[in-house]
Design a binder for this molecule. Sequence first.
Ligand SMILES: [Zn+2]
Length: 381
Amino acid sequence: MQMSPPGINLMEVRHVNKHSVVRALHEQGAMTKQEISRTLNLSLATVVTLIKELTEEGIVEQGELLESTGGRKPVVYQIVGNAKLSLGVALTGHHIRIALVNWKHEVIEKYREKITYSNSETYWRHVYQEVMKVLKKERITSRNFVGLNFVIDGNIIPDAGYEDIIPVGIFDGLDVSVIKDMYLCPVYFCNSVKAAAYSNVGKLSSRNTCVYIQFDRTVGGAVIANGTFWGLSNRTGEFGHMYFGENNKKCQCGNYGCLQTYCSSDVIREESGMELEDFFREIEQGNKKLMSVWNSYKKNVIQAVYNLRVIFDINVMIGGEMAPYLKRWEEELKEILRMLDIYQEQKDYLQFSNGGEFDGAIGAALMVLQKEDEDDIEFIK
Ligand SMILES: [Zn+2]
């Protein structure tokens, strides 16, 4: 049994222990009572009592029986995935994408609709109805639903949570408080790049540590450490506005020479006058003129990735609409990065995001679950 620090009563100790059991099962997966006892240094009798209470509360359940090496099969316990659910809703100029994710980070439902964004009552009513449709279909109640996170283009406010952003681009002028008032549950708004990064590297099982850089129409990213954003204000990873070299292209931020003016997917569009798919069809057919556009683009991407590795000394993940194209040159990129490595370690640190269209929605839902896990004092009685 754990010693209680002075000033903490037995009820509080019980609550802390219960919390530890839930956290251990959540982060490490299913365990037997004996394993929980060993992991948390709690007596078996305490674990038995806590598991009984947590099971009655619907937070923990008996899992699959393990293969036995003889004698009785050991019983494992696990968290109930649907004890907590959250929704990510990614909005772009022409689509709504919704993902329903549970506490085990399983994607329960994905939904997409083509609809043009407008900051009008009609549009937001429609979004509300789509959200309600998903929640009703999956019979989600307010008891296990922890919140809703909208993914839009927005600037992050320093020293605020991820939920406080200033809408920009097509969302410029949106009053988020009006939208929040439409819902009875907690509603957040998050930055689209951060959400996409989180879906790739914020996964529960891996507790990943990684730099994510998105090569899309804009260039941005995030630094994820142990499955959560690194930095004081969620602003880390604005790689697109690092000074990269002298050119006469003005960046959207107003400066010249930002990485974004070298590595945005629009660089390919502008220099070739083509859409990406057509451009890469030409490349595969050996178009020499376009090949030089591609080679200089690739060189800039490699330099950006290399710089991030030198600064952070962790894996670098490429995301965004350029990711699937860059992945076709994966071996070449890795080879050059190995040659550049000052330590000559021959390590592959380059990764590619899954790049699915639901990345943003899934990441946003995961962010709500993580926030909820951090302050779930109410959840565990
Ligand atoms: Zn810039």
